[in-house]
Design a protein around this ligand. Sequence first.
Ligand SMILES: Cc1ncc(COP(=O)(O)O)c(C=O)c1O
Length: 486
Amino acid sequence: MIWIIKFDDLTGQFCNIILDVKNNIMTKVIKHSWAEPYKIKMVEPVFMSTLEHRKEAIKEAGYNTFLLKSKDVYIDLLTDSGTSAMSDRQWAGLMMGDEAYAGSRNFYNLEDVIHEYYGYKHLVPTHQGRGAEHIISQIMIKDGDVLPGNMYFTTTKLHQEMAGGKFIDIIVDEAHDPDSLFLFKGNVNLDKLQEVIDTYGADKIPYVSIATTVNMAGGQPISMQNMKDIRALTAKYGIKVIHDMTRVAENAFMIQQNEEGYADKTVAEITRELCDLTDGATMSAKKDAMVNIGGFLAINDDDIFDEARNMVVIFEGLHTYGGMAGRDMEAMAIGIVESVQDDHMRARVGQVQYLGQQLIDFGVPIVKPVGTHGIFLDAKAFLPHVSQDKFPAQTLAAELYLDSGVRAMERGVVSAGRNKETGEHNYPKLELVRLTIPRRVYTQAHMDVVAESVETVFANRENINGMKMVYEPKYLRFFQAKFEKL
Ligand SMILES: Cc1ncc(COP(=O)(O)O)c(C=O)c1O
C-alpha cells in the first residue's frame, strides 16, 4: 500500500489516497487536509533576485550552493537543519533560559522530556548532532572495528572512520533503486547483517548504526518489524544498537501510516517504541525538534555515560550544557514535545508529499516513494547525458538556483567523497539533488514555485552540461568544494 496526498478535483479538497500498488488500484480515499495546525504571527522578507544577479552569485560561489550567501536565495531548501520556524512557546522558552554555568534548570527540563518521550536513561547535551557522533565514536570504536548500518551519513561515517572504524552498508537493495516503491527503504537486510557478524566476529562490532529515517536514501523510513528483528539478532551476539534519531518522529509517522498494526497508535507512542529497541542515540535536534542549534547523546549504559559525561567537558562544555545556552535547551525540550504531535507531523510530511506529487505528475524523476523531509531529484535520470564524474547532481542544483533562486543541495558523488585506500571518487548508486523542506517555514505557494522551477529546468535539460571540480577540501568536501561549468 502507498499513502499519498493529492488534490481531488471533484471535492476541491486534499485527500489521503491509499493505493494498492500490487494491483495498481486506488482502494480508499479519505477527505483529509494536510493543512498546517498553526497560523503565521511574524514574517521574514526574502530577496526576489534577477537572473543576472543569480548568474554572478552562483559563479562567485564556485557553483556550490553551500557557498551561496543566504541573502541571494529566494526559497532556501538547502537543508531542514536548524532552519525550522520555532513556535511562540519555544520563543517564550528562550526567555526562561537559566544561563548558570552549572546545573541550569533548562538541562533538567530537557532531561525530563528525553526520559518521557524517548525513554533513554542518560543525557549528554552537545552543540549539535556531530558533537554526539564524535563522543560516541571515540568511546565505543577501536582501530579495526566495523560498523554495519542502514546507509552512511556523511558526518556519522567520518567520525566512525576517524575513531578507527569502517562503515559497512547493510541497507536493503531497494534503497539504492530510486524507482522501487518499497515503503520501508530504510530497512536493514538481515542476511547482510548476519554476514558481517560471521565475517568479522561480534567482538569487532561495537554497535549497529541505525538511522531513522535514512537521509541519504531520500528520507526513507525503517519499519518497526525490522527494528525488532535487528534487536533480536544483535541481542543473540551481545551487540549494541545505536540509533541516529535525528528524524525519528518522522519515521514514526510513516510507520503509523504504512505499517500494519500501527494506524491507531500516536506518533509519540511509536517514537518511544522505536527508541526502546535501541541502547542509545545521537540526535541533531536541529531537525525533528525544531531548534536552530543543539543536539545530544542519549545512552542507557552507565559506564558509557560516565565516559561520555567526562569527554563532553573536553570537547563541548560542562555536562549540563554541552555547548548550548540554557535557553537553547529549553526551546529544544518544548520542540521535542511539539515534534511528536500527530497534527504537526501530518502537515509536515503532507507538505513534502504535496511537492513530490506535483513533480511525479510532471514526469520529473524523483526518489519514490516520497520520503519525509524532502524531495530527492534523481540526477542520473534527469541528466542521463552527464556522466557521474562530471557531477550531475551538483550541476543540477546550480541550474535550479539559476532558474529561480531556489537553493537545493547535492547528495551524490561529491558528498560521497573519496575512497580512503585508492583515493578515487566513491561513486554512489544514488546521484541526487535534495530539496529539503524546513518545518513550518514555507507555504503551499512556495511549493508551487519550486515545482514550476524544477519543471522548467527539466524541460531544458538537454542544454545542461556537467562541471569539473577546481577546489577540493580534505574533509566533507561537499561543503566547500568549487566547480567550473564545462
Ligand atoms: C541523519 C543525520 N545525522 C546526523 C546529522 C548531523 O547533525 P548536525 O548537523 O547537527 O551536526 C545530520 C545533519 O544533517 C543528519 O541529517
